[in-house]
Each structure stands twice: as structure tokens, then as C-alpha cells.
Write a protein that binds this ligand. Structure first.
Ligand SMILES: C[S@@+](CC[C@H](N)C(=O)[O-])C[C@H]1O[C@@H](n2cnc3c(N)ncnc32)[C@H](O)[C@@H]1O
Length: 287
């Protein structure tokens, strides 16, 4: 009988955000695989390192960071063959995945290659999306609001089109794409509505208004969150003054409502004023 393939979400980085289920399964696995850079340590492995035992066989899947997808695809092809060998021998294999395996997770590469041939289970993890919202003290969506999730890797025109239509939005995979995203948000008059979150849940976590970010310094593990007015579906309404200009009462302005929460990072004037009045800097580490 073949072994089972497990996709194990390990969360955004804080080891306390690994689920009990992922840990229970991890400890019982004979083989543990994880994505890793061409050299150096795997982020996903580092999150659960203290729970690994020397008896476990480890497979580091060293994924090249190239713009072309072909080299990475070849690496996943080879990893699928190696993992398939363990599964054929009856050994269960867990593949660690940062955040949630099915939310832009690298595990999907192996799922697509192996799930049709082997019993497969996926253990969800705390995703970066919810971790960043928690770190920023910024609700993502409520009631009938809609959330658009966008990879910053999209072409500029496509990103701009989607952001024009978005209610609330999360922009992932920033890194070297940050200057492009900032250009778009400036054109749309949305920069002062954008919250930047870096390394959510880690000691190195940073939360700040997008205006305060050095575009050259954004790491890959960063995200921009935007929130607008739920009462204007499909509009680009980003605050009480603009709500008023569109005939929406300030009582229905989601940005105004959430400003009552006054997250620690904002100055006492609140983030909802059209002219900002916001402070920059790091927020307290998320839980
Ligand atoms: C390939 S996606 C993987 C997402 C992951 N599977 C999840 O569920 O969060 C990588 C992107 O997720 C975001 N991300 C992941 N972890 C993060 C963190 N701790 N803080 C901020 N953004 C993070 C970044 O935008 C990064 O570029």
C-alpha cells in the first residue's frame, strides 16, 4: 500500500501559529519535504525546526529564483519523482508549506503532480492574508464587502484595471514590484489608503503606511492592504470625503467605521482623515 502525501500549512512564520493538527502529523512522518532557496535554509522548515527529529528523512526542494518558470518546474518534476519513490515504498511524506498550502502555496506544484496517483491530505495553515490583517489591526472585509487578492507580479495595466474595480484589496508578492504598485496607487489616488505589512507575525514584522516605505527595501514576504467603502460595490471610494462626493453618507463609509478602532500604529487623528495625519513605524508584534 502506498504512503499518503500531506500538504502541511505551517502559517506565516510565528511558530505559535502552526496548528495542532499540522504538528501531530508532522511528528509522525518518516519523510518531510520543503521548498528552500538554492542555498541556505528553508523558511517553512525554520518555523517547525524544533519539532523535527533526526530519524526523519528530509528533502530540501531547492527552487531557483529565476524569472523563467522552466527551471523551477524541472526542480518540482524531480522532487515529485523522489517523493513518489517514498510514497511507492509505503512511507508517508509531508510537504511543508509557508502559510496555507492552497493559497498561492508551493505545495500546489507537488499536488498537481502527485495527488492523482496517491492518497493526499491537506492541512490548512494560517495564511499571510489573515496574518497581515491581524498585524495591521485592519479588518479585511465585513458584511457584503468584496476582497480582491492580486499578485504584484501582474502586468501594470492589468493591476491598475483590477485595483480600479476593487472594494478591498490585498496585493501580495511585492518585493521588486513595489515601485510599480506604488505608481499605480498614486495614479489612482490611493497611496494614502494603503497599509504595508512586512514579515507578519515574525520578530522583524513591520507595519506602516505605504508612503513611508523605501521601495528598494521591500522583501518578498510583504503585502499591501487596502480597504474601501462597502456601500459602493465596484467603486474606488476610499474615505469619508470621497464617499460624500459620491453621495454615500459617512455613516456607511467602511473606512470611517473602522477608524473608530484606531489601531496603535495610526496617530490619534485616525487613519480616515482625507489628509492622513498618520504615523509610520513598526506595530507591536502580532500574536
Ligand atoms: C507564494 S505566496 C505564499 C502565500 C502563502 N501560502 C500563504 O498562505 O500566505 C508568498 C507571498 O505571501 C505573502 N506573505 C507570506 N508570508 C508573509 C508574511 N509573514 N508577511 C507578509 N506577507 C507574507 C507575501 O506577499 C509573499 O510574497
Amino acid at each position: 500500500m502506498s504512503g499518503t502525501l500531506y500538504g502541511l500549512g505551517v502559517g506565516p512564520g510565528d511558530p505559535e501559529l502552526v496548528t495542532l493538527k499540522a504538528l501531530r502529523i508532522l511528528r509522525a512522518l518518516p519523510v518531510v519535504a520543503y521548498p528552500a532557496p538554492p542555498e541556505g535554509t528553508s523558511f517553512a522548515r525554520s518555523v517547525i525546526a524544533s519539532h523535527l527529529s533526526p530519524a526523519q528523512t528530509e528533502i530540501a526542494i531547492r527552487v531557483p529564483m529565476t524569472r523563467s518558470v522552466a527551471p523551477a518546474q524541472a526542480v518540482y518534476d524531480r522532487a515529485a519523482i523522489e517523493i513518489g519513490g517514498h510514497l511507492d515504498a509505503g512511507r508517508d511524506v509531508g510537504v511543508l508549506c509557508q502559510g496555507d498550502p492552497f493559497f498561492y502555496g508551493s505545495f500546489i506544484q507537488l499536488f498537481e503532480r502527485l495527488a492523482a496517483g496517491y492518497p493526499t491530505r491537506v492541512v490548512p495553515g494560517v495564511s499571510s492574508l489573515t496574518a497581515c490583517a491581524a498585524a495591521a489591526g485592519l479588518p479585511l472585509v465585513t458584511r457584503d464587502e468584496m476582497l480582491t487578492v492580486l499578485p504584484a507580479t501582474l502586468p501594470e495595466a492589468e493591476l491598475e484595471k483590477r485595483l480600479k474595480q476593487a472594494g478591498a484589496a490585498a496585493i501580495l508578492k511585492l518585493g521588486r514590484h513595489l515601485p510599480k504598485v506604488r505608481r499605480i496607487l498614486k495614479r489612482l489616488g490611493l497611496v494614502d489608503r494603503a497599509t504595508y505589512v512586512e514579515h507578519a507575525s515574525l520578530e522583524s514584522q513591520k507595519v506602516m503606511p505605504l508612503e513611508a516605505v523605501d521601495p528598494a527595501s521591500a522583501p518578498y514576504f510583504s503585502m499591501i492592504l487596502l480597504r474601501c467603502c462597502r456601500s459602493v460595490p465596484g467603486s474606488s471610494c476610499w474615505g469619508p470625503a470621497r464617499c460624500r462626493s459620491r453621495g454615500v453618507s459617512s455613516a456607511n463609509c467602511a473606512a470611517r467605521k473602522s477608524s473608530r478602532l484606531k489601531p496603535a500604529r495610526w496617530a490619534s487623528s485616525g487613519r480616515c482623515s482625507e489628509r492622513g495625519g498618520r504615523s509610520s513605524g513598526s506595530a507591536p508584534r502580532g500574536s
